[in-house]
Ligand binder design. Structure first.
Ligand SMILES: [Zn+2]
Length: 325
């Protein structure tokens, strides 16, 4: 029975149930928050707010989320453990990886295999080593092991830094069998370039999610990516800035019509706290919360001819297969 690592330990992949494959709980800029903590405010209140929102999600029938918060997004596992302990009805899978659209964080920029060799040590990539350690030993002494790898290929495409992270993620994936999710800029159609690197590194494409695929209505491009073997992340429901509710939902329907229900996963890319915007700046996104898929998207898809079997594929079977291997 394949096991999936969560913030409370391993669970059987067959028991994950309805799963949102790309969510966050807290996204923050750690060193700014350490020095200017007034907006974050009370730690207990932030945790309580997340617990309240995630209990409501579980009550709506979702039993697993993947929190794809990694380096560059303020990942802090002890806080996630505090939340997870108070929502025992929800599995929280955590991730490892690095979120950058351009350069690697300065910590890594000179910690290269070439530098290691110059210093007379084995020519290893410390970044890939960190990812593997998060998966095999656990994160920062918490004992919580990552169940997902994550990187980003945004509008700028495969810059040197982005390609280094993507290859490090691929190496950790090949060594450990952990799946990958990739933030992409859908309009730029970087899928073919990403596929080249994935192929080069020997990745199992059926366990790689091409994230944010629903941000632009381009079904032919997405069909070609799914035909190549990738899973499409229709994972930003509620972010109307890029695509409206109807555009996102109709795209899922069209891809179902093309026989691709088993090549899609659903999510919101929501976060209870996100410090990349000032307070109030995202208030116009009224549907951007954990319950939008359950309350609005699924009924809309059902009413427009998407079958329960297709919904089960997107919410249960494909997530279990990706996460469990
Ligand atoms: Zn995200």
């Amino acid at each position: 029975m394949p096991q999936v690592q969560t913030a409370r330990g391993p669970v059987a992949s067959s028991g994950l149930g309805p799963t949102l494959m790309h969510e966050h709980i807290f996204i923050l800029t750690a060193d700014v928050q350490q020095n200017y903590p007034e907006e974050w405010g009370d730690e207990d209140a932030r945790v309580a707010d997340a617990v309240r929102q995630l209990r409501a999600l579980a009550a709506a029938g979702i039993t697993t989320i993947v929190d794809v918060t990694v380096l560059g997004q303020g990942r802090f596992i002890p806080r996630i453990q505090r939340v997870a302990e108070q929502v025992p009805e929800l599995n929280i899978v955590v991730a490892t990886g690095c979120y950058t659209f351009d350069d690697v964080p300065l910590f890594f920029s000179r910690r290269t295999p070439r530098m290691e060799a110059r210093l007379g040590r084995p020519a290893r990539d410390v970044m890939a080593d960190f990812f593997v350690r998060d998966i095999t030993e656990g994160i920062a002494g918490t004992g919580v092991r990552a169940g997902m790898l994550k990187c980003a290929v945004d509008e700028k495409g495969l810059t040197r830094g982005v390609e280094r992270v993507l290859r490090a993620v691929c190496r950790a994936h090949v060594l450990t069998g952990t799946p990958i999710t990739i933030h992409t800029h859908a309009a730029s159609q970087h899928g073919p370039a990403i596929l080249e690197v994935l192929g080069d590194e020997g990745a199992d494409l059926s366990r790689v999610v091409l994230g944010h695929s629903g941000d632009v209505t381009q079904p032919d491009y997405l069909e070609s990516m799914a035909s190549a073997g990738l899973i499409l992340g229709m994972d930003r429901f509620g972010i109307d800035h890029f695509a409206s509710f109807a555009e996102r939902a109709d795209l899922v329907m069209e891809l179902c019509r093309r026989g691709l229900a088993d090549h899609m996963v659903l999510s919101h890319d929501y976060s209870c706290y996100l410090d990349w915007f000032p307070p109030g700046a995202l208030d116009d996104l009224r549907d951007w919360h954990y319950l939008h898929v359950s309350h609005d998207v699924l009924p809309y898809l059902r009413n427009h001819g998407v079958t329960q079997d297709q919904l089960d594929a997107m919410l249960v079977r494909t997530p279990a297969r990706i996460l469990g291997g």
